[in-house]
Design a binder for this molecule. Structure first.
Ligand SMILES: *Cc1c(COP(=O)(O)O)cnc(C)c1O
Length: 219
């Protein structure tokens, strides 16, 4: 199967999941995760009209996205991987949405850099719903206060929450938890669901799903 057939299949499944969840068509954004794939692999997806992409590494993205953004209007690039302090300047310059605000230090650095560049990007707070020690993110108990801190103290444009559930667990309870926390924090956007579980995530209220291998193939 080629990449466009897979893209169309994912889009079709997404619409069906919206319908099954009795949610309006178009209420879920497909973030096509192109990490590890080069510009030549991404171009057909852009040619097919898709514009929203996710990448997990700043440096890798700098090698392909400046050229692609120049060639195609309206690209919206999401950072979905951990952000280091020394990459904040480059990340703010290249990305359009930062989904991985996961600690105070990086939140402060982003706020400062966005002011410096006068580029006030929407951000998501990453929540470690499974409290996994190896995984980044704010603990669920601290989610509401941390979101408030980022908005009110730092002036960040916090639009939603993001999570990556533990790989070996039923993701449903994690998606439900993220939705409850977002409601408590007064945030409307939920970034959750990947190739294996985006249909489930849509049932729990995902407003964007991050789908890589189901579109681009295995990495
Ligand atoms: C790689 C990645 C995805 C996409 O994963 P697939 O299983 O290939 O769809 C989604 N979210 C994050 C944070 C990722 O790093």
């Amino acid at each position: 199967m080629d990449i466009i057939t897979r893209l169309n299949e994912v889009k079709h499944n997404l619409v069906r999941a919206e319908q099954e969840a009795e949610r309006p068509e178009g209420s879920v954004t497909l973030v096509a995760v192109s990490k590890t794939f080069d510009a030549d692999a991404i171009r057909p997806v852009l040619e097919a009209g898709h514009r929203v992409f996710g990448e997990n590494r700043v440096q890798e993205s700098q090698g392909k996205w400046p050229g692609l953004k120049q060639a195609y209007d309206g690209v919206e690039l999401h950072l979905i991987g951990p952000l280091q302090s020394n990459k904040v300047e480059d990340a703010v310059a290249l990305f359009d949405v930062i989904e991985t605000v996961d600690r105070e230090k990086i939140a402060r650095a982003l706020a400062e850099e966005m002011k410096r560049q006068n580029r006030f990007l929407p951000v998501y707070i990453q929540i470690n719903t499974g409290l996994e020690p190896q995984k980044a993110g704010i603990a669920p108990d601290d989610a509401v206060s941390f979101a408030g801190f980022c908005k009110n103290e730092l002036g960040l444009n916090v639009t939603g929450l993001m999570c990556i559930p533990p790989a070996d667990e039923n993701p449903g309870p994690h998606f439900a938890l993220l939705a409850r926390l977002a409601a408590k924090a007064g945030l409307s956007r939920l970034s959750m669901g990947m190739s294996g579980d985006y249909g489930v995530a849509i049932g729990f209220g995902a407003t964007s799903v991050r789908v890589g291998s189901a579109i681009f193939g295995s990495r």
